[in-house]
Write a protein that binds this ligand. Structure first.
Ligand code: ADP
Ligand code: MG
Length: 699
């Protein structure tokens, strides 16, 4: 395998365009990629034609506009390049500029949250020139995929990409104002860069297919813990098993072909859990690539007889999966605004940027929290494993000390140094260690020259978190620039502003243990929001503060925000409804009959023993316990079924979502409890589906 040849071979990259397009057309494209603008019809036709020829060389017969509706996954509708055959019956392959730049999928089947009346089915997809087209190789054959934004007939965004692109432009504009203040006249834009570390589980496909919950809900809805979990810490970074290794190798190849820089792979904390991280890139491309990563993981798993579970909490009792969203901002002349340099205490631009980010995160902690919420993540956030549901910032001892000095005295004269790490072994090198240790429990941690937002769920698009990050930081930059651009004495004003912002927002900094119960109390004292679940988080989208922010920067209109809130409520209710129905179904058709069969055998044994005059103490006690739990399961099943029916009949919206959270979820827990208890004591020969031990340890 030659990585150099393989990498990006299925991407219509800038390099490919430079090779294949006439100079003028290429320059037009390049300028739009870098600085925006409208593509001329003539160039669109030229590019479309070149793209088609290139794709056909790759074996493609179809193209699709590839977009990211509010379902959180991607959508595609394939069209062949074919046209009417000519007079001689010969097929002419065609792809025109207008098909490249605009598509019109029947949008009525995608969530719109009331933005479109049902009779208005029109929606448009528009080519996102900043994310390269690619050829995807699947069982349908190679297909040319054109990344697009998805909007309604009236221009409202119906996807995750449009607001992200808007937020990137706004961040660039406002960040440029900041760097200009520090004399950077060369930069022409500022780019948000993102690297998303993706966690996932792999289980055996055949076993997964024996469990309705994995099929319908993507997670186990029943399941007693295996005798062994992750307590031995022997899986994290452990040797990768052969079957998994073969899978990872194929995933890498597929991703490299698509130009995704898959770089790091390792076993994660829980058994059967793994991670893949690519190298960071522009936020927009990173969001698209993360979708490709998720899709590829699933597809390649199938080929290896495996099933990839991207759900945030596929198994109770062991760690769930998240997605660490590494984010930084860099000028197009190569300055990372989050690079503290050798002496951050004297790096005024860095300190101003840091102060602005503190302000952004503190002011909009609720929105950040919301951006990382989805149905699955409710099992993680606040569950003492992933970051807690409370947003705080970790800066590390060195920067925290700088902030403290600035707040207390207005200047930071000293800097905690890292020093040398000495191993005490003469043959091992001594090396400079970082001035700051890591903190794995912080939801928003500074890690060297980037922030790592760790709350995001493993199955979710990273579109929303990055849209929020870009927007809230843009707002803080804008407000800082408004003050500083008009200052008579810039140095003094900047100094005062840094001190003011850090003082006002220092409550957001927390370097301690984010899982500790005392932190919840402490955070309450500090007035930091603690939003326990997804449905509560939805409200943050439509507060006055939020509407003002998003409308001011043109990210979302009020109507768009309201529609997104509607979609989230609906998604929540529908997802829980599927889970509840699946639980009831599994109980009806599998658990209850299996346990009854076991009860029958036990009763017969008891009777036989009785007739033989044997001691039935133990068998009788078991029978008693099993029937007791069976009764409990039966009644919990009936209750859940009734509660679910009421919920399903409710009108869609906030009230229904809350009903599902407050009534249906607890009823599900009540059914799971006796079932899991039974799993522990019922003869394995009777248990109707694979257990945690089968799934997690026998891949
Ligand atoms: P860590 O060990 O802190 O998790 P890594 O170097 O392993 O850091 O990087 C984790 C992810 O962060 C990778 O996807 C990496 O490409 C990304 N990353 C590294 N530097 C940056 C940066 N400046 N901006 C955004 N992402 C970055
Ligand atoms: Mg990391």
């Amino acid at each position: 395998m030659n990585i150099e040849e393989l990498f990006g071979c299925n991407v219509f990259s800038i390099g490919t365009m430079r090779e294949r397009l006439p100079k003028e057309a290429f320059e037009e494209i390049e300028s739009i990629i870098d600085h925006g603008g409208e593509l001329s019809k003539k160039t669109a036709d030229i590019v479309a034609n070149a793209m088609k020829d290139w794709a056909i060389e790759k074996g493609a017969t179809h193209y699709t506009h590839w977009f990211q509706p509010l379902t959180g996954i991607t959508a595609e509708k394939h069209d062949a390049f074919v046209t009417h055959p000519d007079r001689d019956g010969k097929m002419i392959m065609e792809f025109r500029g207008k098909e490249l730049i605009k598509g019109e999928p029947d949008a009525s089947s995608f969530p719109s949250g009331g933005l479109r009346a049902t009779f208005e089915a029109r929606g448009y997809t528009a080519w996102d020139i900043t994310s390269p087209a690619f050829v995807k190789e699947t069982a349908t054959g190679p297909t040319l995929c054109i990344p697009t934004a998805f909007c309604s007939y009236t221009g409202e965004s119906l996807d995750k990409k449009t607001p992200l692109l808007r937020s990137m432009e706004v961040l660039s504009r406002e960040a440029l104002r900041i760097v200009r203040l520090f004399g950077n006249t060369e930069a022409t834009k500022v780019i948000a860069s993102v690297g998303a570390e993706q966690e996932y589980f792999l289980v055996d496909q055949q076993k997964a297919l024996l469990r309705e919950d994995l099929i319908f809900a993507g997670r186990t809805l029943y399941g007693a813990p295996a005798p062994k979990g992750q307590e031995m810490d022997d899986h994290y970074f452990g040797v990768i098993r052969e079957r998994i290794g073969a899978f990872m190798k194929d995933v890498n190849i597929e991703l490299w072909k698509l130009g995704v820089t898959a770089k790091t792979q390792h076993n994660e904390a829980a058994p059967a859990q793994h991670e893949l991280a690519p190298i960071y890139e522009s936020a927009n491309v990173a969001v698209d690539h993360n979708q490709l990563v998720m899709e590829t993981l699933k597809r390649v798993a199938g080929k290896h007889g495996l099933r990839c579970l991207l759900h945030e909490k596929p198994f109770a009792g062991v760690n769930g999966s998240g997605k660490h969203n590494n984010w930084s901002i860099t000028t197009d002349n190569g300055v990372n605004l989050l690079e503290p340099g050798e002496s951050p205490n004297e790096n005024v631009q860095f300190l101003l940027v840091l102060a602005c980010i503190m302000k952004a995160v503190d002011t909009h902690a609720d929105l950040l929290r919301q951006s990382a919420s989805n149905v699955g993540n409710d099992h993680r956030l606040g569950g003492y494993e992933a970051p807690p549901a409370i947003i705080s910032m970790f800066l590390g001892s060195q920067l925290e000390d700088v902030v403290r000095q600035l707040v207390e005295t207005g200047s930071a004269s000293s800097l905690i140094q890292g020093g040398t790490l000495q191993t005490g072994v003469s043959t091992l090198p001594d090396f400079q260690k970082d001035a700051t240790d890591r903190n794995r429990t912080s939801p928003f941690a500074f890690t060297g020259n980037k922030f790592e937002f760790r709350m995001v769920g493993s199955e979710d698009s990273i579109g929303s978190p990055n849209t929020i990050l870009n927007t809230i930081v843009a707002e803080a930059f804008c407000e800082a620039a408004d003050i500083l651009e008009n200052a008579e004495n810039f140095d003094m004003a900047c100094h005062d502003l840094i001190k003011e912002l850090m003082t006002k927002h220092q409550r957001i900094i927390f370097n301690g243990d984010g899982y500790a119960p005392e932190w919840i109390e402490e955070a309450k004292r500090r007035g930091l929001p603690n939003i326990p679940s997804m449905v509560e988080a939805v409200d943050t989208l439509t507060t006055e503060k939020s509407i003002r922010l998003f409308e001011r920067f043109g990210i979302f209109t009020k109507a768009e925000l309201e529609s997104r809130a509607e979609i989230l409520y609906e998604t929540y209710a529908k997802t829980i409804n599927i889970e509840a129905l699946t639980m009831v179904d599994m109980a009806n058709k599998q658990l209850v009959p299996s346990v009854m069969a076991y009860v029958k055998e036990l009763s017969e044994t008891v009777n036989a023993m009785n007739s033989a005059g044997a001691d039935i103490t133990a068998t009788g006690a078991l029978l008693h316990r099993v029937t007791g739990l069976l009764n409990e399961m039966q009644s919990a099943r009936i209750t859940l079924s009734d509660i679910e029916k009421k919920g399903a009949a409710m009108e869609r919206g906030r009230e229904q979502a809350f009903y599902y959270r407050e009534k249906v979820v607890p009823a599900m827990d009540s059914l799971r409890k006796p079932a899991d208890e039974l799993e522990r004591i019922v003869d394995k020969a009777y248990w109707p589906f694979p257990t945690y031990a089968d799934l997690l340890f026998e891949v």
